[in-house]
Design a protein around this ligand. Structure first.
Ligand code: B12
Length: 215
């Protein structure tokens, strides 16, 4: 039987008091953090669909957010630091108008565990703030997360500002979040896109390798 059936039931019924125990049980049986995260993401999509169909309202979205926070807090100790060395610096945030933070924070947590110094600017970040932070820290990587379509224009504005300030060439830009798509790489003139924080991590690691080679 699918080990995740009970977990999904608990998550989709917003039974926040039961989720901790269920996660512990699943981890005991050898389920990995990526598998658990993927299951959560699917639950969030289902809840999102019900919201779209008018069966759920804002309180359900808020509850979904709280459930997800519980899961990520529980997983944090299981995502062990892989390296003591600084792997690179990342400026991370959700652009102006968008208040979704969960996926971004998961990616930030994974990147930190892999030795990256992450400057997480939070949500609703103005384009100028991203650019200022990149200049201040000298970070070679910018990560932006979007869950609502209105975040696309601010993302484009960030890229435009990077060009204007002459730092686009030295900055790798990666975007993620449910509403982003691969074709946005060309359209927004960014370097990569992903719906998967683990893939995002592999991509930023490849950026650093490429940087090392071109030194
Ligand atoms: C929870 C939730 C909320 C919570 C967010 C809580 C929080 N702290 O984040 C709250 C209640 C605040 C909320 C509010 C709203 N929401 Co909302 N929300 C959701 C929901 C259910 C889940 C989002 C989520 O966290 N998913 C789980 C995470 C883990 O997935 P993820 O972000 O994609 O992240 C993964 C990857 O993409 C990747 N990743 C993410 N970011 C990054 C960044 C980088 C750099 C990298 C490398 C990787 C990466 O890593 C993660 C793990 O693999 C979605 C439904 C859905 N389908 O996603 C709707 C959804 C996003 N919301 C929606 C809407 C409409 C709203 C509201 C406008 C509702 C309203 N009427 O007020 C407001 C908007 C407020 C605003 N201005 O932003 C719509 C957006 C529609 C659209 N196309 O624009 C959705 C899609 C629901 C729907 N189907 O209608 N929401």
């Amino acid at each position: 039987m699918d080990r995740l059936v009970k977990f999904r039931e608990i998550f989709l019924a917003f039974r926040i008091d039961s989720i901790d125990t269920e996660i512990e049980d699943l981890l005991q049986t050898g389920l990995s953090s990526p598998e658990l995260l993927q299951a959560c993401q699917k639950c969030m999509e289902e809840i999102g669909k019900k919201f779209e169909e008018g069966a759920y309202f804002l309180p359900e979205l808020v509850m979904a957010g709280e459930m997800f926070k519980k899961v990520s807090a529980r997983l944090r100790p299981h995502i062990s630091p892989g390296s003591e060395e600084v792997a690179g610096k990342i400026v991370l945030g959700t652009p102006k108008g968008d208040l979704h933070s969960l996926g971004k924070d998961i990616f930030g947590m994974l990147a930190e565990a892999s030795g990256f110094v992450v400057h997480n600017l939070g949500v609703d970040v103005a384009p100028e703030t991203f650019v200022e932070k990149l200049k201040e820290t000298g970070a070679p990587i910018l990560g932006m997360s979007a869950l609502i379509t209105t975040a696309f224009d601010p993302m484009q504005e960030v890229v435009r500002l990077l060009e204007e300030e002459g730092i686009r060439e030295r900055t790798y830009v990666i975007i993620g979040g449910g509403v982003t798509t691969k074709d946005m790489v060309g359209r927004l003139k960014v370097d990569a896109q992903t719906w998967d924080a683990y893939e995002g991590l592999r991509i930023v690691q490849s950026f650093m390798d490429e940087k090392e080679e071109t030194k």
